[in-house]
Design a protein around this ligand. Structure first.
Ligand code: SAM
Ligand code: SF4
Length: 326
């Protein structure tokens, strides 16, 4: 379905949990994370119904995220349900990768098409630092397992933070050069734990790309599926590709095709827009398919024309990314 600005809204990002098995410094506080009670979180059957109805208004692509989606019990069952909805042709996952290797075959068999693994550093000590105790090896295994099982494309999400991992950009590129992975460099946003965020830690994608071009010849290109907001480049002679996601320096709102469903059952038109539509309430009060369809249409019509993340205090006043779904 088209929104008021002519954008075709066909993509639903679903947060299946607000919990996580890591505590990345830029995303969650170490302690005192405010979590929803079990009963406040949508049941898998409820998520399934919302997606089925979303498919009637044009949803064709679904991404499961969180928090960490792989800690949600029976996730493969949900993947199976969603992938068998006839109109949905793409089911993807964003994960920190910690639990992925052990679950990958089951998820693939259930119908998962694609996976994005988040990884900000190739140094085990730095990984432990930024995630507050994660094991890098588990994520590297996740990547290998995803490639082995034929997920395509396999993408890496890498947030570049000045003073933390900007010295590793070339090494990360080398990974995408030698392996068929698609690495996406993401600008650091004020959407999580703000103790760690500051504007001087942002490195623009333009700066990152100019540095990479001193070492690799890049040509603009496309990855087969799910380009989303990233601008992609092929690396001459390399197996994978490089993408840039620049929400801070160059917003891509005019191309935005997504809605979000939060773990506690709210539809959001934009990560950065605090207005939410309570679909859980309608579900639990026995709402009809038609009523839920109308909520989707309202959410689509409510999508803002652009985000306001650069405003002072934006990140302090809004729900965090792990609460909304990253
Ligand atoms: N737990 C999963 C993971 O880490 O992939 C899914 C949820 S996580 C919130 C989704 C993505 O958001 C990750 O790639 C993470 O690096 C990114 N992210 C979290 N906080 C961010 C921030 N402040 N700026 C940019 N990206 C951020
Ligand atoms: Fe967890 Fe993902 Fe946030 Fe890290 S970025 S704390 S893995 S939700």
């Amino acid at each position: 379905m088209l929104d008021g600005l002519g954008r075709e809204i066909n993509y639903l990002r679903i947060s299946v949990t607000d919990r996580c098995n890591l505590r990345c410094r830029y995303c969650m506080p170490e302690e005192g994370v405010e979590l929803k009670e079990h009963g406040e979180i949508l049941r898998l059957e409820e998520i399934r119904r919302v997606v089925e109805i979303g498919a009637q208004v044009g949803i064709r692509k679904v991404r499961l995220t969180g928090g960490e989606p792989l800690i949600r019990r029976d996730l493969a069952r949900l993947v199976g349900w969603i992938s068998s909805i006839p109109q949905v042709d793409d089911v993807a996952l964003t994960t920190n990768g910690v639990l992925f290797a052990g679950m990958a075959a089951e998820l693939k068999a259930a119908g998962l098409h694609r996976v994005n693994v988040s990884l900000d550093t190739l140094d085990a000590n730095k990984y432990r630092y930024i995630t507050r105790n994660g094991e890098l090896n588990q994520v590297l295994q996740a990547l290998e397992q995803a490639l082995e099982l034929g997920f395509h494309p396999v993408k890496l999400n890498t947030v570049i933070i000045r003073g933390f991992n900007d010295d590793e950009i070339m090494e990360l590129c080398r990974l995408a050069y030698t392996r068929p992975v698609h690495i996406r460099f993401i600008e650091f946003m004020p959407v999580g734990e703000l103790q760690y965020w500051s504007s001087d830690k942002i490195i623009s994608c333009e700066e990152i790309r100019q540095n990479i071009e001193k070492h690799y010849r890049l040509t603009p290109g496309r990855v087969s599926r799910g380009n989303g907001p990233a601008k992609y480049y092929h690396m001459e002679g390399g197996q994978g590709s490089i993408g840039f996601i620049s929400p801070m320096s160059n917003h891509f709102c005019n191309e935005c095709n997504r809605l979000r469903l939060t773990a506690d059952g709210k539809i959001r038109g934009c990560l950065y827009d605090e207005r939410e539509i309570d679909v859980k309430k309608v579900l639990r009060e026995g709402g009809s398919d038609e009523e839920i369809r109308k909520l989707f249409i309202r959410a689509i019509n409510m999508k803002p024309d652009r985000h306001q993340m650069n405003k002072n205090n934006w990140g302090r006043e809004n729900r965090k990314m792990y609460q909304i779904g990253g």
